[in-house]
Design a protein around this ligand. Sequence first.
Ligand code: AMP
Length: 374
Amino acid sequence: MKIGVIGGGQLGRMLALAGTPLGMNFAFLDPAPDACAQALGEHIRADYGDLDHLRQLADEVDLVTFEFESVPAETVAFLSQFVPVYPSAEALRIARDRWFEKSLFKDLGIPTPDFADIQSQADLDAAVASIGLPAVMKTRTLGYDGKGQKVLRKAADVTGAFAELGSVPCLLEGFVPFSGEVSLIAVRARDGETRFYPLVHNTHVNGVLNLSIASTQHPLQKLAEDYVGRVLKALDYVGVLAFEFFEVDGGLKANEIAPRVHNSGHWTIEGAECSQFENHLRAVAGLPLGSTRLLSPVVMLNLLGDMWPAEITLPDWAPLFEDGEAFLHLYGKRRAIGRRKMGHANFLGATTEDCLKRAEAMKAKWLANGRSGS
Ligand code: AMP
């Protein structure tokens, strides 16, 4: 079976790493000459709106999936004429636009911050008057890793904020005084069978995911499954979906969904019986789903560009290999610019505390040698 993937970054690469042993082949459509998935399959180097190359992809593969959600709706509609596409065009339409996404949560009775659609500075002024400050303003589309958003704390922050975010359609959200951020990775098969991984606690640094901490018995697991299950069913979803929540007052408020495999699910490669990548492929290919059971407490640490001593040079991984229960995943990106995601490491162990301690110690060591410490 040949799978077409829109996007050729690390998520596409890890899909191929999971699917190759299952006898699958891959073609990635990505305009970047150095798309890091190209080592694992065919690279069709073209823009996402290039109909000739989209047609070529559709002709070559059995089905198409995505590694990011900001794909133009027309691209999905075009491909869907020739080849099955999972998740569906409708799921992507909702997930790529924060207004549609939050409106769906509201319709399904899933708690979410107060929100308002902003098409002008006047809309923003009116929304601030009703939602209040502090609040968070986000572009409706194309935002990721904290980009395309601004926290409004005082009246002066509101002045000119619409222009500051590029005068594009935005959403204003009430600020959630959360005690933690968690995500639930779920997978739904073509026949509707649904499985959930254990709820994961996530920490961020400057809007970029830093650590994901997975352990069983989270008290909010069932509640999260209920909310995520509603969305999966409403969208007749096929594949892996990641759902991010704020933990607040002992409950959950929905933040956002990603219609794809997700950074906060990378721990599943060694930490779960069947990884998010394999389960996504099983779902879209119409195969039975794999077990989402946690094998051991596990912590995932993102390896960002600032941990690299200099561009191209690699940090010294020896301490990680000496650890024995730590697993390195590098994405094959050649340039470590800023806080770019270069790889991740999964730390397994007897207790969550032990995994966390080792991950934090390793990170401190790399940062001390990296550019931020030099
Ligand atoms: P997002 O791109 O929506 O995931 O937002 C990036 C990060 O900004 C989140 O992980 C939160 O730490 C923070 N954030 C986003 N929305 C809110 C909110 N309504 N209230 C408080 N913090 C938020």
